[in-house]
Ligand binder design. Structure first.
Ligand SMILES: [Zn+2]
Length: 54
């Protein structure tokens, strides 16, 4: 049983709305941006201001 929050599991977090999901998860939208390549986009608010956790 997990009695306290563990940050050992890597996750990415949307800095705009706080949405969290594992990096590379299908929960994230992947978009192609010219010059920047592939970026992770929040499915909740559509922001690309996502912090990648490792
Ligand atoms: Zn968001």
């Amino acid at each position: 049983m997990e009695s306290e929050t563990s940050d050992l599991t890597a996750h990415s977090r949307c800095l705009n709305c706080g949405f969290e999901a594992p990096p590379g998860s299908e929960q994230w939208d992947q978009i192609e941006v010219p010059r920047l390549g592939e970026m992770t986009r929040c499915p909740d608010c559509g922001s690309t201001n996502v912090m990648s956790g490792r």
